[in-house]
Design a protein around this ligand. Structure first.
Ligand code: DGT
Ligand code: CA
Ligand code: CA
Ligand code: ZN
Length: 576
């Protein structure tokens, strides 16, 4: 029987291949949406198909065409259309096409000319200067490929926290069906809320270890068991992603959790402090060095306490001062319930999918008291950015609907104004002046020198109408490095000018990172956590931003949008 994960994998691959062949984007999207719908469906697609009283196309996201294909796949285990496409596009070509800066056309040429079979072959061809001799390839391209390979390899290894979270929750639901499991907790980078996770680490206490391990191995999305021992099982999910299960004793659970949560750097530091106190720490407990007696291990609190430390929130365990600097008490760290507004979102006026009204209603449902509509400015032509005329039209429509939302939600007239390549803002001052909230951000000229980029940001901060810098480093996790920028200088200027900085909560951005957040906190620069939503569901990414904020040690007082709008305006916005 074919499980939902397998079916979804088939359609996802089909969508990838069709996209590669530049086939109809609507059909590509239909397969991609269908794949997601099947993957997220709480019950078996095969079961629905074999039940004459049920209709698969009643499931949202699954159309008629997909139902027929799914039936073929479930009945025969094969998808002829996919097999045909696989013949036409070898996997290595797809892998190469995903390298940033390479693209489909060049990938095909490389494959034809060099008969490459693996990405390693490609790396070798670059290192031996073979690539730059091909027609249409320059030394620069070869360099770009080499750098892109690095990113592509990292991307193959690590997933966004948000995706790790989705998988972790599915595994947790599966494991809870096993009665032998009496206790269960995630450890590792996932528990620490790192931006990306390399693998997942699950700790379990069970009355019957074999049953718990069997349950783990029967996770429907498992593709392979890499090893199974007495206390540990490692499986692969999908192509390569690894999940480790460790079985531990109830009385040692706290020590194991502390050990396997890491980070390694944090643990090394903890052990050093312990040693100074005559103690030894390992995954089984805390022991006195002199007589080997065990002093702690059942709970994490007791482990830290035995060493003379308060319990430290997992998000902070990176050895960045959490053991020595000013301790942030865990209950003070920011929580999502403390956020009142969302100050970065797009609508159908530019590249968003929902109208102002739809975004406003969705914001109310999510408990917010204000939002800013911040569509793109004219320079961002690909997203139909707004010129002054269209922007003012949008503001008039906001004026028109405001009375409806009176007392429920404040809708602010905002703009995400591009910082031009040559410096300066993309919209005239008289226009920016009329806005309630102005974000400034860089979308073009990201390859400029450190000085140029820094100057552009300083120029924006010095504009009296700009309130906040959005996604300040421009990075996209696994895909695009941050641009070169002197963040120290930018932050000093932000502080001087009384400006705010964004923590963009999109799981692919999480920009600023936790180190920058901590630096902003030290300087007293208020942070605004925003979703940058391009749709209603885009508003739900706020929790990833909150996790990132906690990693930076932020408390409510450091985050401007924990205040209601009138208060926030009074407290943090310069009167311009
Ligand atoms: P990841 O998976 O690369 O995103 O990062 P982590 O932190 O989850 O690393 P992982 O999965 O290799 O190990 C989980 C934790 O277990 C790690 O943070 C610290 C602890 N740990 C694992 N292996 C070692 C080791 O050899 N030495 C020490 N001190 N700690 C280890
Ligand atoms: Ca891990
Ligand atoms: Ca691991
Ligand atoms: Zn935006």
């Amino acid at each position: 029987m074919m499980d939902n994960g397998k079916i979804a994998d088939h359609f996802e691959e089909l969508a990838d291949l069709m996209e590669f062949r530049s086939e109809n984007p609507f059909r590509v999207r239909a397969y991609r949406n269908g794949s997601k719908a099947i993957r997220d469906l709480g019950e078996s697609v095969t079961a629905i198909l074999t039940d004459p009283s049920r209709k698969l196309d009643a499931v949202p996201g699954i159309g008629k065409g997909l139902v027929d294909q799914t039936r073929v796949l479930v009945e025969t285990g094969r998808l002829p259309q996919l097999e045909k496409l696989r013949q036409e596009v070898p996997e290595i070509v797809l892998l190469m096409a995903r390298i940033p800066g390479l693209g489909a056309k060049k990938a095909v040429v490389l494959h034809q000319e060099l008969k490459l079979e693996t990405l390693d072959d490609l790396r070798r061809a670059c290192e031996q200067d073979v690539v730059k001799q091909l027609k249409g390839f320059a030394a620069k391209t070869q360099q770009v490929i080499l750098e892109g390979l690095e990113i592509a390899e990292a991307a193959a290894e690590r997933v966004y926290w948000a995706n790790g979270d989705q998988l972790a929750q599915a595994i947790a639901v599966h494991m809870r069906q096993c009665d032998a499991i009496t206790r269960m907790e995630w450890a590792g980078s996932y528990r620490r809320g790192r931006e990306t996770v390399g693998d997942l680490d699950l700790l379990v206490v069970a009355s019957d270890r074999q049953l718990a391990m069997d349950q783990f191995e029967s996770f429907p999305q498992r593709s392979q068991t890499m090893m199974r021992g007495d206390t540990k099982v490692s499986i692969r999910v999908g192509k390569a992603f690894q999940v480790d299960l460790r079985l531990v004793e109830e009385g040692e659970f706290g020590a194991a959790l502390q050990y396997f949560t890491g980070s390694q750097a944090h643990n090394v530091h903890v052990r050093r402090i312990a040693k100074q106190n005559g103690l030894k720490v390992n995954e089984y407990g805390v022991f006195r060095i002199d007589d080997q007696s065990r002093v702690a291990g059942a709970s994490e609190e007791e482990v830290y306490q035995a060493i003379g430390l308060p319990w430290i929130s997992p998000e902070l365990r990176e050895d960045r001062g959490e053991l020595t600097g000013d301790l942030v008490s865990p209950e003070d760290l920011l929580e999502i319930s403390q956020l009142r507004g969302d100050l970065h979102m797009h609508t159908t006026a530019t590249d968003g999918e929902a109208t102002i009204r739809e975004m406003a209603d969705a914001a109310i449902e999510r408990g917010l008291t204000y939002i800013a509509i911040t569509d793109h400015s004219q320079r961002v032509s690909m997203a139909m950015g707004l010129d002054p005329k269209r922007l003012r039209e949008q503001w008039r429509s906001i004026d028109a609907i405001r009375p409806e939302y009176e007392g429920r939600l404040e809708i602010l007239k905002g703009i995400e104004c591009d910082i031009l390549e040559k410096g300066g803002m993309d919209l005239p001052d008289d226009c920016l002046e009329e806005a309630d909230w102005v974000l400034a951000s860089i979308h073009y000229g990201q390859k400029q020198s450190r000085d140029q980029i820094t100057d552009r940001l300083l120029g924006a901060l010095e504009n009296p109408h700009v309130d906040c810098i959005a996604h300040p480093t421009g990075r996209l996790l696994n895909r695009r490095r941050p641009y070169e920028v002197d963040m120290e200088v930018v932050m000093d200027c932000a502080k001087r000018q009384g400006k705010l900085m964004e923590l963009n909560a999109n799981p692919a951005r999480l920009d600023l990172n936790e180190v920058h957040l901590a630096a902003a906190k030290r300087r007293g620069i208020p942070i605004v956590i925003s979703t940058d939503a391009h749709s209603i569901v885009g508003l739900d990414v706020m929790r990833y931003g909150v996790l990132q904020a906690r990693r930076g040690g932020l408390v409510a007082a450091n985050v401007a949008n924990t205040l209601d709008w009138p208060e926030m305006k009074r407290r943090w916005l310069s009167a311009d």
